[in-house]
Design a protein around this ligand. Structure first.
Ligand code: NAD
Length: 276
């Protein structure tokens, strides 16, 4: 393993594993890594979707492989970590723990099964990815991790409790890992966007009273594309930055929450009771 040299910019010529690579932000990460000379293992619970991303990468001359994986199942992520090395004939140098699902609804509308479903994918998926790849990176002597959280990890937006909890967990995990690995040659970045137009609403469990709104209004007014988000995140990873907060609204909420958490939560409660 010591023979495999490190690239000072981990997004360049990466040997990468991207989870949830069959759609949206994950697909954009995979395609951007291909443009940067990388070899990409596209993992997704939906193998046909991962294969489509691989075909797109192949069109651009990039080497890529599709693997079926449910990130919530520890043994499947363990197998992915081994299979990725065998397929690429090279140690993995970058893992992007991106797979995730959307869940909305008031706290008392959510079943325990809803909580288990979203936690299984959004939180355990990232825990599994870090659990199986960090030791490999330590052994290799270098590596990089991008965890896809969300601005939901700090905005505490109403009617998104369970989703918010999973994303706060991903944020805390990433911040802690960054501190623990600071002295090593393993970079960590956490992505916290607000809305990005993808299939997350269509694929998620969102009460019907919101799906129309999300599809037609919010998603269309979203301030950035998945391609732009992927590019920015990889550039920030290369610079050794921990946080990627791509949009203006995400930055504003971040600032408000930090400057005055009391005022922020009062404002949140007020605007929720006003608009609902
Ligand atoms: N789109 C947004 O507005 C937005 C905002 C903030 C954060 N995010 C986060 O971005 C990430 C990507 O979401 P997206 O918006 O691209 O959604 P998407 O639905 O377009 O893509 C998600 C992909 O993950 C895959 N997936 C779902 N469950 C899986 C599992 N158990 N194992 C492996 N793969 C699985 C799906 O098959 C799909 O290909 C998620 O973590 C999401 O929470 C999205």
């Amino acid at each position: 393993m010591g023979l495999f040299s490190k690239n000072s910019k981990p997004s360049q010529q990466a040997y990468a594993v991207v989870t949830g690579a069959g759609s949206g932000i994950g697909q954009s990460f995979a395609l951007e890594l291909g443009k940067r000379g990388g070899t990409v293992v596209c993992a997704d619970i939906n193998l046909a979707a991962a294969e489509k991303t691989v075909a797109l990468l192949a069109e651009h001359g990039a080497k890529a492989y599709a693997v079926a994986c449910d990130v919530g199942q520890a043994e499947q992520v363990a197998a992915l970590a081994e299979q990725a090395e065998q397929l690429m004939q090279h140690p993995v140098t970058l893992v992007i723990n991106n797979a995730g699902v959307g869940l909305g609804g008031k706290f008392d509308e959510l079943s325990l099964e809803d909580w288990q479903w979203v936690t299984h994918v959004n939180l355990w998926g990232v825990i599994h990815g870090c659990h199986y790849f960090v030791p490999k990176f330590k052994k290799l002597g270098h590596g990089a991790i991008i965890n896809v959280a969300s601005a939901a990890g700090y905005t505490a937006a109403p009617e998104m409790t369970a989703y918010n909890v999973t994303k706060s967990g991903v944020l805390a995990l990433s911040e802690t890992l960054f501190a623990e690995l600071k002295k090593s040659d393993i970079k960590v970045n956490v992505l916290c966007p607000t809305l990005v137009p993808t299939n997350i609403i269509k694929n998620g469990r969102i009460p019907s009273r919101y799906s129309g709104l999300a599809d037609h209004a919010l998603m269309n007014f979203a301030m950035t594309t998945s391609e732009a988000v992927a590019k920015l995140t990889l550039n920030r990873l290369d610079k050794g930055k921990l946080y990627t907060i791509p949009q203006l609204d995400a930055k504003l909420f971040w600032l408000m929450k930090r400057v005055s958490p009391n005022l922020y939560t009062k404002f949140l409660g007020f605007s929720y009771s006003f608009f609902k």
